[in-house]
Ligand binder design. Structure first.
Ligand SMILES: [Fe+2]
Ligand SMILES: [Fe+2]
Length: 282
């Protein structure tokens, strides 16, 4: 692959600095090769996948440092998040569309919970990057038709850990990495990778987790239709209370209800035929 196409695609409208040094381009090319290799399915066992995640984490760190050292200032938290999100968009656009929706939902829930702006920014970044670990997993496994073998399922379940290894290597993104690591943990201990339970699961990871599941329910997947608002409400009132903190289920339900009410409030109520029509001012 030619450097121009790689830099063109990954960097896009990179805000602060053009790629000027040779080492930046070299690191970017290595990064591109490594991710492409993983997406094409060259590595499909546990230890290889973990080793690859560490390797990519190292490359990401070196690349962002190289770009930062060419600037007057270090890259900001938002710029690092944006770069990593573009990486996900380039290699796995479908997952990126999902994480974008989860980020919007997490931001909305964060505001509903009256979190501070800095916390909402962290939440948004965690939601936007929660599935970035899937970059270390072959597209053949992720998008394959038919049922997964137990071994393939084990590889998919590595994505919170591979995402953590990639992000934790980048200074300033450690808190985001913790959200990513814990986004498949469940309140009753039935999640993965550590089967953590209750409030030992970091709070922001709990928020991203419930937004992740609500987004999956509200949207069509290859194996299911999109659920109606009523179905999602029933789920939050019932089954979800075992998997997520009951208070979080309540808040999510309330937020969705308010959103629905305000949507209907925009539509004028129909006037029943039997009632006299109001006199409209001319
Ligand atoms: Fe996930
Ligand atoms: Fe997800």
């Amino acid at each position: 692959m030619q450097p121009a196409s790689v830099t063109g695609n990954i960097l896009g409208s990179y805000p602060r600095t053009a790629v000027s040094s040779k080492s930046e381009v070299e690191i970017l090319l290595q990064l591109d090769d490594q991710v492409a290799l993983l997406r094409e399915g060259e590595i499909s066992n546990r230890s290889g996948t973990i080793a690859a995640a560490r390797w990519i984490g190292g490359l990401l760190h070196r690349y962002l440092e190289a770009v930062g050292s060419n600037s007057l200032f270090d890259l900001s938290f938002q710029e690092k998040t944006a770069f990593l999100f573009r990486l996900l968009q380039r290699y796995d656009p479908e997952t990126a569309t999902h994480t974008q929706r989860v980020a919007a939902l997490a931001e909305e829930l964060g505001s509903f919970l009256r979190l501070r702006p800095g916390s909402i920014e962290l939440l948004r970044s965690g939601a936007l990057l929660h599935d970035i670990g899937k970059l270390c997993i072959s597209a053949k496994i992720l998008n394959g038709a038919g049922a997964l073998t137990p071994q393939q399922w084990e590889i998919i379940k590595l994505h919170p850990r591979t995402g953590f290894l990639m992000l934790n290597a980048i200074p300033g993104l450690e808190a985001v990495a913790r959200i990513v690591l814990n986004h498949h943990e469940r309140f009753n201990g039935s999640g993965y990778p550590a089967a953590a339970a209750g409030n030992t699961i970091p709070y922001f990871a709990q928020i991203v987790a419930i937004c992740d599941v609500v987004d999956a329910l509200q949207n069509k997947r290859s194996y299911k239709a999109a659920w109606s608002d009523r179905q999602v409400e029933n789920y939050l009132d019932g089954e979800a209370q075992l998997l997520f903190a009951p208070d979080l289920c309540r808040q999510m339900r309330e937020m969705l209800k308010q959103r629905l009410t305000s949507r209907f409030a925009l539509v004028p109520a129909p006037v029943p035929a039997s009632e006299p029509r109001p006199h409209l001012p001319m």
